[in-house]
Design a binder for this molecule. Structure first.
Ligand code: AHG
Ligand code: MN
Ligand code: MN
Length: 329
């Protein structure tokens, strides 16, 4: 069977401006993958003596990955500006093109706590259209504050035993695997679909005593197993990298939760809406799953800030609908 590459896929599935941006992101992730695979033999390991806007100590690979994506994405002619977990404010690239102007947000290196222990990490990206009233002017931060439903594309790359990209352009979900020999992204999946039912959930159980009652009820019922109200046994996983945990549920069903908890009552959750919850939520919905933030669909939330956090529950549709029912009970 002749192999379809990402380039061939995009030439059919995306208008040229978006295709060029996705290709640039893919080139950047190949560079990042190279640094990840070099590990301590390379120059990208270790922490820096500085924090990002999140108040988190930055790893060298966080900053290196961010710099790589800034450089490669700037070559995409339709791109007006970028935003990143690692940057306080937006990075303007050019005045908004007359038509087809794009904005991209990314978490350049997701799962940073796993870098030093050689566990899967990744890159997450989200593409939004420039607002209709913006052509000809400089892009501003407010242009990014669009609900997740507006996304034109979303994807992630997981740097695991394989380097894989999962991508949606709003017409289903496709998978690409980096061929280390040729350097090509080869299509290895299309029409990915999340099983609606599951026996597997992912949550950091160390936070159990802090969860809201609906989340506690859902997890307790899973733990009660076949003797409990669910009538079946469940399995638990927690990688500590959202890309790895979500990739698993895309691949074999499941639920990923990083919900609000009472440790910081004014904070909706740990994960960020614009470049973690929204892109992953778009991919999950496009694969037939659901993404819920404790009040409504993640993709319906109107962002008020670039680094706004969100309560995240996403995955197999029947399980998320159960969680939604418990939150509304
Ligand atoms: P990042 O490294 O980009 O800050 O993201 C880490 C996130 C997410 O990838 C993961 O699911 C979660 O943090 C893990 O949090 P805990 O370490 O609290 O379990
Ligand atoms: Mn992250
Ligand atoms: Mn990150």
């Amino acid at each position: 069977m002749s192999q379809t590459t990402l380039t061939a896929f995009l030439s059919q599935a995306a208008e040229p401006g978006l295709a060029a941006l996705i290709e640039a992101l893919a080139r950047g992730c190949v560079e990042i993958s190279g640094h990840v695979r070099q590990g301590a033999v390379g120059q990208a390991m270790g922490a820096l003596d500085q924090q990002n806007v999140q108040g988190e100590v930055q790893q060298k690979l966080d900053v290196l990955s961010n710099d790589i994506l800034l450089r490669v994405c700037a070559e995409a002619p339709a791109l007006a500006a970028m935003a990143s977990e690692e940057m306080d404010s937006i990075h303007p690239v050019r005045p908004v093109p007359a038509e087809g102007g794009l904005l991209v947000l990314f978490d350049p290196l997701d799962g940073s706590s796993n870098i030093a222990v050689n566990v899967s990490i990744g890159t997450i990206f989200s593409v939004l259209p420039c607002p209709a009233d913006s052509p000809g002017r400089e892009p501003v931060e407010a242009d990014f504050l669009q609900a997740g439903r507006n996304q034109l594309a979303a994807g992630y790359v997981v740097y695991g035993p394989q380097t894989q990209m999962i991508l949606t352009l709003g017409q289903g979900v496709a998978a690409f695997t980096l061929d280390p020999e040729s350097g090509d992204w080869v299509q290895t999946g299309q029409g990915l679909a999340i099983k609606p039912e599951t026996k597997e959930f992912a949550i950091n159980a160390a936070n159990m005593r802090h969860w809201a009652a609906p989340v506690r009820r859902y997890v307790d019922e899973c733990l009660a197993g076949v003797e409990g109200p669910r009538g079946k046994d469940f399995n638990m996983r927690w990688v500590g990298s959202m890309v790895a945990d979500v990739h698993r549920l895309i691949s074999r069903g499941g639920v990923f939760m990083y919900p609000w908890d009472q440790r910081e009552p004014d904070r909706p959750g740990k994960l960020r809406l614009m470049y973690e919850a929204n892109p992953m939520g778009f991919i999950v919905e496009q694969a037939g799953g659901a993404a819920f933030d404790g009040a409504g669909d993640t993709l319906d939330r109107q962002p008020r800030g670039l680094h706004e956090r969100a309560s995240v529950m996403m995955g197999s549709r029947a399980e998320i609908e159960r969680l939604r029912d418990y939150h509304q009970a």
